[in-house]
Design a protein around this ligand. Structure first.
Ligand SMILES: NC(=O)c1ccc[n+]([C@@H]2O[C@H](COP(=O)([O-])OP(=O)(O)OC[C@H]3O[C@@H](n4cnc5c(N)ncnc54)[C@H](OP(=O)(O)O)[C@@H]3O)[C@@H](O)[C@H]2O)c1
Length: 308
């Protein structure tokens, strides 16, 4: 049970070759997913507009789930301030949203640094007003056995994945308290429910943030602040492709490997999620439809953690 289940290059390439055989046998009936993050590919069900004019901050939206969430929030009318360290990607996401008619601003920030996080939250509030919704999503991962894990990479993972969320919440909560409340959603992982070898720091970080979520939910309910975690299962993003050492293979090979891997490892739905699907789940959890949800860890994992 894990979202980062040792998608080794060898296994994925083996899957891709096997998958290619299956595809051939099926006459190509199984469509290869594009894994595209083109803003035009995000379909908002019923063209909903749940977040019109709302100030939304997102950490880690230069790629993957955060990027898809920034695009989806903006598509529903939110004013989105988002951060990440890679300025070129940040500018591209901002431009894509603006070209599609949305409102978004990229603000460079590193969630490991207290001053940087505080400056991001302040700048976002100055631009769009105090945050009504904060999606604290930035995270990193690497795979190495526990005794081979370096102190620096352990510290970097915990600092990014846990302290980064603490720092963001610490800056956001007073603004929400002073303005009638809000919603905080943090990105944990299916790894909060079960472990895989090679992911000691990551598994630890993703369980730790649930402690933050539960504590904050109890402390700030009286301020009308809901605090929850989304626990994604395996999702097709640059994180897992990089961790699998599969950036140098053609997209079709990556997609075929993922498809076969999903059939074998995602016990109910038998496929990995797209970043766009995970983003839409995050939007739902932040919407007023979920006003009674707080202190919860919601597993959006295609049934991966449902199996023994
Ligand atoms: N993909 C999955 O299967 C999966 C499953 C469960 C949970 N998750 C979680 O989902 C979240 C998003 O991951 P993803 O899969 O979308 O991966 P991704 O494409 O690699 O995105 C990670 C994002 O986090 C940002 N980030 C990392 N370190 C940062 C830092 N120090 N300061 C600011 N931003 C930082 C990155 O931006 P910069 O590099 O530009 O800083 C990037 O925008 C993570 O918390 C991850 O653990 C992913």
């Amino acid at each position: 049970m894990s979202d980062q289940p040792n998608m080794s290059r060898r296994l994925l390439l083996g899957s891709a070759i096997a998958g290619a055989g299956l595809l051939g046998a099926a006459g190509g009936a199984l469509a290869v997913g594009t894994g595209s993050t083109d803003p035009q590919t995000i379909a908002i069900p019923g063209e909903r507009r749940r977040f019109v004019g709302k100030s939304v901050t997102i950490t880690g939206a230069t790629s993957g789930i955060g990027r898809a969430a920034a695009i989806a929030f903006a598509a529903e009318g939110a004013h989105v301030a988002f951060c990440g360290r890679r300025t070129r990607l940040g500018a591209e996401v901002e431009a894509a949203i603006r070209e599609a008619g949305g409102e978004a601003s990229y603000i460079e920030a590193d969630v490991r640094e207290p001053d940087s996080v505080a400056a991001f939250v302040t700048a976002a509030a100055e631009r769009y007003g105090p945050p009504r919704i904060a999606f604290n999503n930035a995270g990193i991962s690497f795979s190495r056995r526990l005794h081979e894990t370096g102190i620096a990479e352990w510290d970097d993972t915990i600092t990014t994945n846990v302290r980064g969320i603490f720092l963001a919440m610490r800056a956001q909560v007073p603004l929400m308290q002073a303005n009638g409340g809000g919603v905080i959603l943090v990105t944990s992982s299916a790894n909060a429910a079960g472990a895989r070898p090679g992911l000691a720091a990551y598994n630890t970080s993703k369980r730790s943030v649930l402690g933050l979520v539960q504590t904050a939910a109890l402390e700030y309910a009286e301020d009308n602040i809901r605090v929850n975690a989304i626990c994604p299962g395996a999702t097709d993003t640059p994180m897992i492709r990089t961790q699998s050492n599969m950036n140098d293979v053609p997209d079709a090979v990556w997609q075929t490997g993922l498809r076969v891997w999903g059939r074998q490892n995602v016990h109910a739905l038998k496929r990995v999620a797209s970043a766009e699907e995970m983003a839409l789940a995050a939007l739902s959890l932040c919407s007023d439809d979920m006003n009674y949800l707080t202190g919860s860890a919601v597993f959006v994992d295609g049934g991966m953690t449902a199996a023994l």
